[in-house]
Design a protein around this ligand. Structure first.
Ligand code: 6PG
Length: 252
């Protein structure tokens, strides 16, 4: 059985307002229920849409000491590199809130893609074992909240159209050395992990995404080719669209 699905359309400003409100609610709920909140970040413009979380009233009301932060995917570059999702998140969000540094699980940037993916999976296994990360019935890590974006080509995480790792069904973390979008070397969570999430927030803005959004939500001849169509969590899925991303949905 799948969770609740919901699509909402906002102005760009209200994507940030609504997302902050929902993240704060998830944070309160999971910290109350399980004493921790596991949140998985993406790259791209997502971080910008977290900006209201570092402001009043959320900044003061959230118990940041209980947050554990992960990445959906990461480029295999040093953590201070301009292409690093860690740096993007650190500069735009993490440096502004008191999350303990030990609870921020960036990749080991001294390793190549394969080694970094293995080490990341080992870290996740340790945290599942100690109960920091919950577990799904099928044994995959069950993150409290996963924040996803999509590319104009319909990719999510570093799972690109027609790439074989889209079909990975055993590993929790895998790597890619031929990403169609640079940089070439990346690590990424796999679909079984993505779809084990308690909550997924799909944050999609800009008219450049309107075709991918239409194919996914409405369905057309491209639907089957888009990795985003494989996002189908056991938990709840909420889409945060701006008017541009939703524009093709309104044309009917
Ligand atoms: C990458 C990008 C990419 C991005 C989406 C959405 O991995 O190269 O970070 O995955 O997250 O394309 O990007 P925007 O939210 O910036 O449109």
């Amino acid at each position: 059985e799948k969770g609740f699905k919901n699509v909402e359309v906002f102005t760009k400003e209200h994507v940030a307002v609504s997302l902050a409100h929902d993240v704060a609610q998830h944070s309160n709920k999971f910290i109350r229920e399980r004493g921790a909140f596991t949140v998985v970040l993406s790259g791209g413009s997502l971080i910008k849409y977290l900006r209201k979380l570092v402001e009043s009233p959320h900044a003061e009301s959230i118990d940041w000491s209980k947050w554990h932060v992960f990445w959906v995917d990461e480029r295999v570059v040093p953590k201070d590199h301009l292409e690093s999702n860690y740096k993007l998140a650190y500069d735009g969000f993490l440096s502004k809130v008191p999350i303990p540094q030990v609870n921020i699980y960036g990749i080991d940037d001294a390793l190549e893609a394969d080694g970094a993916a293995d080490v990341y999976e080992t870290t996740l296994r340790r945290l599942v074992k100690s109960g920091v990360i919950a577990t799904s019935a099928s044994g995959f890590p069950k993150f409290d909240l996963m924040l996803l974006g999509i590319g104009p080509d319909g990719h999510v995480a570093s799972l690109f159209p027609e790439h074989p790792i889209v079909k990975e069904d055993k590993k929790w973390v895998t790597f890619i050395k031929d990403s169609p979008k640079p940089p070439s070397d990346r690590i990424t969570l796999t679909f079984p992990v993505i779809n084990s999430s308690s909550n997924i927030a799909m944050v999609v803005t800009g008219a450049g995404k309107s075709n991918a959004v239409y194919s996914t939500l409405q369905g057309d001849e491209n639907t089957e080719k888009l990795p985003v169509g494989l996002v189908s969590p056991e938990g709840d899925l909420k889409w945060y669209l701006d008017i541009g991303a939703a524009s093709k949905l309104f044309k009917e």
